[in-house]
Design a protein around this ligand. Structure first.
Ligand SMILES: Nc1nc2c(c(=O)[nH]1)N[C@H]1C(S)=C(S)[C@@H](COP(=O)(O)OP(=O)(O)OC[C@H]3O[C@@H](n4cnc5c(N)ncnc54)[C@H](O)[C@@H]3O)O[C@H]1N2
Ligand code: MOO
Length: 337
């Protein structure tokens, strides 16, 4: 703080003065929020309420040159970081939240977050990169830790954000990518399903996962555990020009698990067979004539969060999936213990 004067005033003597910051009330289990807004002029009847939340003294503030109030610091940082499809809220208890305006895939540059938080005195908290967000959900929040911070700290945040944009050819440190509506061809393998021995549970589960993200299964077909039959169905889906091909079942180590071999025989470039995440370790991802193709293991049918649920939104957001990205899914990828 350079030149800022913070004077403590007894609440009894504060009548008529403007509050220097939002004041929070916490009633455990019932309420946590702003009781008084910054700038509110203290009235006689406020005194008991202030005492109830533990305030005996209030600050009267004269901001020095080169200093920023927590609200202004949080606003400037949010403005510097915010990108496409994000809206910036008003300061609340010294915090500004960047919220998604759409359903989409959150883009969060971890290196920017880490560099900013290493500065000290200011905080940037985000969700994880690649998370699916709904409209109105927060993806990041900025805040100054002390009530007043040097303006230079905030300028440093602005410089980090600007440098990232410059070095990455205009890429945004925080943004939300919209999800495309894709039409998928779904091939369900398994002689036990094809023959009618058991009812198909994979089709409805996969359709629900696609629909939840605004896409659809355009056509479902069934095949026994026969390599050439699976290849033929994949080629049929290519002729239909579906945006994505999904093949379920037969992904692990039994002699009847024909799917990975069939996907290769069909002519796919396999980005990865095997994904370091549980559930979903037997997932295969590749491209066939530019069309994304997945081999989906049994767990996708019954587990709500698998490697498919990580990769599907990325594909819908238009990302080109590369091997390194799949290899990096192992850290934090154990969800079935
Ligand atoms: N020794 C090992 N065992 C297993 C491994 C492994 O690496 N070594 N991997 C495990 C993982 S991970 C998974 S996931 C499962 C199953 O993977 P698959 O994709 O090969 O699944 P299937 O064998 O085809 O089927 C498993 C189970 O689910 C039933 N199923 C399949 N499709 C349908 C459908 N459309 N509707 C209803 N039920 C279906 C199928 O009848 C089997 O009972 O393997 C682990 N084991
Ligand atoms: O691929 Mo398994 O699907 O990890 O459970």
């Amino acid at each position: 703080m350079s030149g800022t004067i913070l004077r403590e005033v007894k609440v009894e003597d504060a009548v008529g003065l403007a509050l220097a910051h939002d004041l929070t009330q916490i009633l455990p289990g019932t309420f946590k929020g702003r009781l008084f807004r910054k700038g509110h002029r203290v009235a006689e009847e406020d005194i008991p309420k202030l005492k109830d939340i533990g305030k005996e003294h209030l600050y009267v503030m004269e901001l020095g040159e080169g200093d920023l109030h927590e609200d202004d610091a949080a606003l400037r940082m949010a403005a510097a970081l915010g990108g496409t499809n994000l809206t910036c809220g008003e300061p609340y208890e010294g915090k500004v939240t960047l919220k998604s305006a759409i359903v989409g895939l959150a883009v969060v540059a971890k290196e920017v977050v880490d560099e900013i938080n290493a500065l000290g005195e200011i905080a940037l908290a985000t969700i994880l990169d690649g998370t699916v967000v709904r409209a109105g959900e927060g993806i990041a929040a900025t805040r100054a830790i002390p009530l007043v911070v040097p303006e230079a700290k905030v300028a440093a945040v602005e410089a980090i954000a600007a440098r990232y944009r410059e070095v990455r050819g205009g890429a945004e440190p925080l943004a939300v990518r919209p999800l495309r509506k894709m039409r998928a061809g779904l091939l369900t393998t398994g002689t036990e399903v094809y023959s009618g021995r058991i009812a198909d549970k994979f089709g409805p589960a996969v359709a629900a996962k696609l629909e939840a993200l605004g896409s659809e299964v355009a056509e479902q077909r069934f095949a026994p555990d026969d390599r050439q039959t699976i290849v033929n169905h994949i080629h049929y889906f290519l002729e239909q020009r579906y945006d994505m091909i999904l093949v379920t079942g037969g992904m692990s180590v039994d002699p009847d698990d024909r799917t990975p071999g069939a996907i290769a025989d069909a002519g796919a470039d396999i980005v990865s067979y095997g994904t370091p995440m549980l559930p979903g370790s037997m997932l295969l991802f590749g491209y066939i004539r530019g069309v994304p193709i997945f081999g989906l293991p049994g767990c996708v049918m019954h587990d709500p969060y698998t490697s498919f649920d990580v990769l599907l939104p990325r594909v819908l957001a238009g990302e080109e999936i590369v091997r390194e990205q799949i290899a990096a899914m192992g850290y934090g990828g154990l969800h079935r213990r």
